[in-house]
Write a protein that binds this ligand. Sequence first.
Ligand code: ADP
Length: 268
Amino acid sequence: KQYSIYTAVIPGQRDAAALAVITDETRIRKLERLRSEFVANVTHELKTPLTSIRGSIELLKSTNRDEKTRLYFYDVLDIEAERLQHLIDDMLVLSQIENAKEDPSARPCVVANAVEKCVSRLRPVAEKSGIAVQIQVDPSLIVSCSPTRLEQLIGNLIENAIKYNRPDGRVDIIGVRQRKTAVIRVKDTGIGIAPEHFGRLFERFYRVDASRSREIGGTGLGLSIVKHLAVLYGGEVGVESQAGKGSTFTVRLPLAQDGSEKSALKTI
Ligand code: ADP
């Protein structure tokens, strides 16, 4: 670490007084670096779809395009606009949760319900690639979260488990109680992740294979959202993986108090 010490003499004082200001420059420089990296990343992520949109518009404007080609470019416009929408949505979520100390809309949520909702939304996507999704979640697990945020946390992990799987692979979602903690595991039989990426995996915009992930349709913010949400709700997230074999993401969240469990069960 590097420190700077500034001294100042106060005028009019008989005995010169000195004031020392210690600044942790390493920390400030790191924050500066992270901020400019973030701006560079966002700019790049916005520019890529925009370039594609402008190119398609130019081609559509020329009159001698046949109907099939025109439809193709309308599809490109649709896909790229959707990509921009996802990016903006994810950035908004991140900005809301990144510096939050607690979530005022947190209430007791049944983990199994959140998993069911995510799976019914994502099953059609999985079926397209012949991926089987299995759920084994203890129905008594109740955690204190905002229901939408809990679905986002679990949904992002399931979505990745489907996206980075092999055709005809499997996704298993397991939820068990370990003392006062709900342990949720999302296990896939996909491409896996080499251990050297584990340290940076939850950083904003970090991707193991950037072009592949962009092609598959990710914003690069999914795992960062998962991590911030897990921490916001007093928990943590971890990963185990073997390249070529598959990955398991594990989220641990504190179970809600006994009193609130009853009120949650009433509202199911
Ligand atoms: P993305 O939108 O690119 O999927 P994420 O933040 O969700 O962004 O994930 C970051 C990167 O971590 C991905 O680009 C991918 O390289 C890797 N990754 C995430 N989940 C998995 C998984 N289940 N299997 C293999 N790689 C994964």
